[in-house]
Design a protein around this ligand. Structure first.
Ligand SMILES: [Cu+2]
Length: 140
């Protein structure tokens, strides 16, 4: 009987597993773009600097409390990203799994949006998501 109860409990936990694995962001943590500024007119290559307050950076795959790594959305809305699973790496969703705090991009001329998503060692968003303000830049 006890074994049955235990088995049921394990099944229940496994069923809830995906949602339960997402952790809350460190209290008061903030991700923000230092550079470029919202509305900036820039030239290629575009240097993008990532800011973080109240949390630490660790390489992907390394689990330390209250840490994660930056992800940069290029011309992509947060609502287009599945946040309850490890985020894929694409040319519109860049991972900085070595713990980088800046990058350079070469973008076609015109308007582009940039937004950070700071996520955990499994490339999975915190819950609620730790995202920066979305900025718009114009590449000349
Ligand atoms: Cu990642």
């Amino acid at each position: 009987m006890n074994r049955l109860v235990l088995a049921l409990g394990v099944c229940l936990l496994a069923g809830l597993g995906i949602a339960a694995d997402r952790t809350a962001p460190p209290p008061g943590a903030e991700a923000y773009l230092i550079e470029p500024h919202d509305g900036a007119k820039v030239r290629n290559p575009v240097t993008v600097k990532f800011g973080l307050k109240g949390a630490g950076i660790a390489p992907a795959g390394v689990k330390f409390d209250n840490t994660g790594h930056h992800h940069l959305l290029v011309d992509t809305e947060v609502s287009q990203v599945q946040l309850d699973a490890p985020m894929p790496a694409t040319d519109k969703l860049l991972h900085f799994g070595k713990g980088q705090s800046e990058t350079t991009l070469t973008l076609p001329p015109g308007r582009h949006t940039l937004q950070l998503v700071f996520a955990d060692y499994l490339h999975q968003s915190f819950d609620p998501p730790l995202v920066s303000k979305k900025i718009t830049i114009t590449v000349e």
